[in-house]
Design a protein around this ligand. Structure first.
Ligand code: THU
Length: 142
């Protein structure tokens, strides 16, 4: 089997992804906002990559949890992402920047699990979160 179609055989375990996002939430560095966020991303290499928000005294340098997890996945060798879980205390949704970065590496049909720290979650597709999103195809299609 070639590695290019391996992702077709990777199972998405929503509960496991949510559990890992909640675990990452505990590692958030959010002293300025007091709003911890955790994320977990399933790569097309079959691995799960976790991330948390990492704030900075220079506020704009803050990195969201989702983008930490996605940059970890891609930098470790995943080429696409197959699912994302994001966890907060109140079930907040991913910000616009993170939705756009998800679109770079994920399909419009990709599931996004939006969780609360009690383990409950709702499921959306990336397309629902980012309708008519700009992607690489827009740069080449006439
Ligand atoms: N945050 C995330 O980590 N992900 C999002 O999608 C929304 C916002 C973080 C950034 C900042 O550390 C805190 O939440 C408040 O905006």
């Amino acid at each position: 089997m070639s590695t290019s179609n391996l992702h077709e055989f990777i199972q998405i375990d929503a509960a496991q992804l949510v559990t890992q996002a909640i675990a990452a939430l505990e590692r958030a560095y959010a002293p300025y906002s007091g709003y911890p966020v955790g994320a977990a991303v399933l790569g097309d290499d079959g691995r799960v990559y976790a991330g948390c928000n990492i704030e900075n005294a220079v506020y704009p340098l803050t990195i969201c949890a989702e983008r930490v997890a996605i940059t970890k996945a891609i930098s470790e060798g995943a080429q696409h992402i197959l699912a994302v879980a994001v966890a907060t205390a109140n079930g907040g949704t991913p910000c616009g920047s993170c939705r756009q970065v998800m679109r770079e590496f994920g399909a419009p049909t990709m599931p996004v699990f939006i969780a609360r720290s009690d383990g409950s979650y709702r499921q959306r597709t990336l397309e629902e979160l980012l309708p008519e999103g700009f992607s690489a195809a827009d740069l080449t299609e006439k």
